[in-house]
Design a protein around this ligand. Structure first.
Ligand SMILES: Cc1cc2nc3c(=O)[nH]c(=O)nc-3n(C[C@H](O)[C@H](O)[C@H](O)COP(=O)(O)O)c2cc1C
Length: 307
């Protein structure tokens, strides 16, 4: 199904169709939707349904659902499949945000392994491959391996493992060694996630046995990360050699046309602020940028940045 090891992570509020299409051009070979609430789908939520609609040219695309139990995930998955003939389904058992975990969804499913395994078994009944995104567990490798083994025994076809515990959220370093240990224990079945900021980070996961790696905050900091990794690792990327500023402007134009000015401003500002971090005078320039109200003005501002 997938031809290449650089995959775009699911990122709520970030991996919109323009971002996904742009990353595909840079060399990413598979993209995820933002996470979608299975309950939202069940109750006819417009936002949840919208998140699921892929743009032309995005395949392969993986929809990621979250929900507190298997029945809800199954109902949500059925609705997702009516909306679009996805070829795989993914369950989010990794989100640490209280608004998700307090309802028993996301990373809270890792606290209820039997329900997590049941959810996989139910989804497998739909006849598609089922993937799970989870995290490493506070108890360490043995606990995480037991949970991952249980998911695979229940029928999961692939696991994306983020090397931070849920209580770490996005702080501290990812435990890459633990993820690599899991990849060795379950050959070909563990995709690595956590602290992917360069081609050498990608290579570490691949050489450790992961079949693919998820690009996440790395591409917020460096809009050309996927292209840089593709070229340095000798993978295919037909994207021309451009500067990060040109790349950001191109992405901004796509966002403006497809998702509208509000989303365009939000995402481009977020990426430019990440890219500016550590550069001289970054705080002052970031503050100035945050006051900008139109894409035309932001485009001019970005064109003058050295990032
Ligand atoms: C803003 C943001 C939104 C995210 N949204 C999701 C999500 O919807 N589903 C998910 O499984 N992970 C989500 N993640 C986690 C990422 O997919 C990834 O696993 C994590 O950022 C670790 O990789 P990194 O250290 O390279 O950023 C999100 C992360 C961030 C920073």
């Amino acid at each position: 199904m997938v031809d290449g090891p650089l995959w775009l992570a699911p990122m709520a509020g970030i991996t919109t169709p323009s971002v996904r299409l742009f990353q595909r051009r840079l060399g990413v070979s598979l993209v995820h939707t933002e996470m979608v609430s299975a309950f939202g789908l069940m109750y006819g939520g417009r936002k949840s349904a919208e998140i699921l609609v892929p743009a032309e040219g995005e395949e392969p695309i993986v929809p990621q659902l979250f929900g507190p139990h298997g029945d809800c995930l199954l109902a949500g998955a059925r609705i997702a499949l009516e909306a679009y003939p996805f070829k795989v389904l993914e369950v989010n058992m990794a989100c640490p945000m209280p608004k998700v975990t307090k309802k028993g969804a996301g990373a809270a499913m890792m606290d209820r392994p039997l329900e997590a395994f049941r959810a996989v078994r139910l989804l497998k009944g739909l006849g598609l491959p089922v993937w799970v995104k989870c995290r490493v567990m506070p108890g360490g490798f043995a606990d995480t391996a037991r949970f991952c083994g249980g998911l695979l025994d229940a029928g999961a076809d692939l696991l994306m493992v983020h090397g931070r515990t849920a209580s770490q959220r996005y702080e501290g370093k990812a435990d890459v060694e633990q993820v690599i240990g899991l990849a060795r224990s379950f050959p070909g079945l563990v995709v690595g996630s956590g602290d992917v900021f360069s081609a050498s980070d990608v290579l570490r996961y691949l050489e450790g046995g992961c079949p693919a790696v998820l690009l996440a905050r790395g591409f917020l900091r460096d809009p050309l990360l996927a292209w840089r990794c593709s070229t340095e690792l000798g993978l295919n990327s037909s994207y021309p050699a451009v500067s990060p500023v040109e790349a950001l402007v191109e992405l901004g134009d796509m966002l403006f046309v497809r998702e509208g000015e509000r989303t365009c401003l939000l995402l481009v500002k977020r990426m430019a602020a990440s890219a500016l971090r550590g550069h001289p005078g970054d705080a002052e320039r970031r503050n100035r940028m945050m006051g900008i109200k139109s894409w035309i003005e932001l485009k001019g501002f970005i064109a003058g940045l050295e990032i």
